[in-house]
Design a protein around this ligand. Structure first.
Ligand code: 5RP
Length: 224
């Protein structure tokens, strides 16, 4: 019986095979945030010197990448990336995701938007029938906290401030329980439209292109 950590390692290793296919001196890889992404970063170290560099979705990942000698580039210098690799808190069969458990959702969405393909790496426990058991993280500009919380409550959610947490962008996170997510792209658009919301952790308007889900019987690959 493989542990969750071993499953995460399998998923990270599977994503490294994608890197091997695209690696080259002009190639930049987009890198996510979280414990699964950390394992991917550790494996990416073997590509140091064989890539132009990486773009990180958080200060945390940037530090880990730099620690392995992998150049971390400013996204403004990078017009194209073949792949962006990141974990998820939940993913469904449509490859819609909830992300942001680590609070890096906004930069994750931005970096992913520049990549040709989003490769989601996770252990199979992240695959769900319907998104929403995991509280939806929403990054909010601090002065809008209460106004946004009221709007989220009007959508049927129960927002809760993530105590003692400030995002890399200087904002706060509201974690929202109790949302009925029957239309993930529609809800993503509605939440993102609330004044004061930077972005929400639904990745459904642009979901993953490939999911590499580690199971006790090997990697289960889902594609759109
Ligand atoms: C961070 C994220 C992560 O991808 C998500 O929380 C999954 O993390 P882990 O790989 O540690 O389970 O969205 O903002």
């Amino acid at each position: 019986m493989l542990t969750q950590q071993q499953l995460k390692q399998q998923a990270a290793d599977a994503a490294l095979e994608f890197v091997a296919q695209v690696a080259g001196p002009d190639v930049v890889i987009g890198v996510g945030t979280g414990s699964t992404a950390d394992l991917f970063i550790d494996g990416l170290a073997r590509f140091a010197g064989r890539l132009r560099g990486t773009v990180a979705s958080s200060e945390r990942s940037a530090q880990r990448l730099a620690g392995h000698g992998l150049p971390v580039l400013d996204l403004n210098e990078v017009p194209f990336m073949p792949i962006y690799v990141d974990g998820a808190d939940e993913i469904d069969a449509n490859l819609h995701m909830i992300k942001g458990g680590g609070g890096a959702l906004t930069r994750e969405k931005i970096v992913a938007s520049v990549a040709e393909r989003f490769i989601c790496i996770a252990d199979e426990s992240k695959l769900v029938q319907r998104l929403g058991a995991f509280p939806l993280p929403v990054e909010v500009i601090p002065m809008a906290r209460e106004a946004v919380a009221r709007s989220l409550a009007a959508l049927g959610g129960q927002p809760c401030l993530r105590e003692g947490f400030v995002t890399d962008n200087g904002n706060i996170i509201l974690d929202v329980r109790g949302l009925s997510i029957t239309d993930a792209p529609g809800l993503e658009a509605r939440v993102n439209d609330i004044p004061g919301v930077v972005t929400c952790g639904l990745f459904a308007l642009h979901g993953a292109d490939v999911a590499l889900l580690a199971t006790q019987n090997g990697i289960r690959r889902l594609t759109r």
